[in-house]
Design a protein around this ligand. Structure first.
Ligand SMILES: Nc1ncnc2c1ncn2[C@@H]1O[C@H](COP(=O)(O)OP(=O)(O)O)[C@@H](O)[C@H]1O
Ligand SMILES: [Mg+2]
Length: 272
């Protein structure tokens, strides 16, 4: 891994993370093969409680595969994943269920149920968890609507929502059970820059309001720089760089520079 050079000036970004807090997530020597291909070749990564980490890297580099491991949707060939002090490798589905209550995931597609209203979509995870009291469901949905700034839109159907609104509803659904951590897979992909900014601000607000830990996989460098306390660059199955946004901007490593400037046919500009 490239060690980030020491930053000459303290970061202007608020760093909410106490230096000695135990990590919310720790990944140790994670290896994943799919078929003949080694996708992850020994990933080491720590995510402190309350921080936002952005994971960047080329398309097809294994970012989504890495996220799926963090909630037990994929099992590694080797290595460990610690969530809030528990190693999740080898856990059964019931134990993983408890982990998924702590760690929510927002998939790239958002995947709303088309036949359900906004309210029904957002309340779905609570119903699934056994909550039936309409008052409780309603109050929690209202709170989420306020968080995503979509008050008064609970009766709409997904088909009548813009792309940005669908993402926000998907996000509300991911956080309604108040996970302490949310994983976002390309939350701003396919959105125009203004809407992308609103999603980034929402991620930031969740960190401020609920102290939520966030992991944001993105190929959108502006998003990474806007939301992250730390940025990890996944390259050839390993974390090639880990540091603050300022440290990444100042890095002179040619491989990083190629990625940041989108040089090479598979570069940032070409990813989807
Ligand atoms: N379920 C799967 N079955 C087979 N190959 C997969 C599967 N998921 C991912 N892969 C492969 O793993 C590699 C990494 O994929 P992915 O994590 O989606 O990349 P990224 O999210 O960085 O764009 C790709 O080569 C992809 O084709
Ligand atoms: Mg992906």
């Amino acid at each position: 891994m490239i060690e980030a050079p020491p930053s000459p000036k303290p970061s202007t970004k608020t760093n909410l993370v106490p230096a000695n807090s135990s990590p919310m997530i720790a990944v140790r020597s994670l290896v994943k093969r799919i078929g003949q291909q080694e996708i992850l070749c020994g990933v080491d990564l720590e995510i402190a409680s309350g921080e936002t980490l952005a994971i960047i890297g080329r398309s097809g580099g294994g970012k989504s595969v890495l996220l799926k491991h963090l909630v037990g949707l994929m099992a590694p060939d080797a290595g460990e994943i610690w969530i809030d002090g528990q190693n999740i490798i080898g856990m059964n589905e019931r134990q993983l269920g408890a982990i998924r209550k702590k760690v929510g995931i927002l998939f790239q597609s958002g995947a709303l149920f088309d036949s359900m209203t906004v309210e029904e979509n957002i309340a779905f995870p609570l119903r699934e968890a056994g909550e039936r009291d309409p008052k409780v469901l309603h109050a929690k949905v209202e709170e989420m609507l306020e968080v995503i700034e979509m008050e008064g839109q609970k009766d709409k159907m997904p088909e009548s929502l813009s792309g940005g609104m669908k993402k926000r509803v998907g996000l509300a659904r991911s956080i309604i059970r108040r996970p302490s951590c949310v994983l976002y897979d390309e939350p701003t992909s396919g959105l125009d820059p203004v809407v992308a900014d609103s999603i980034n601000r929402l991620i930031h607000r969740l960190q401020q309001r609920f102290g939520m830990t966030s992991v944001v996989v993105t190929h959108d460098m502006k998003s990474a720089f806007d939301v992250a306390n730390h940025i990890a660059y996944l390259h050839e199955g390993r974390i090639y760089f880990y540091g603050t946004p300022i440290q990444l901007q100042q890095a002179r490593d040619p491989i990083l520079q190629d990625f940041l400037l989108g040089r090479s046919e598979q570069g940032v500009a070409a990813t989807s």
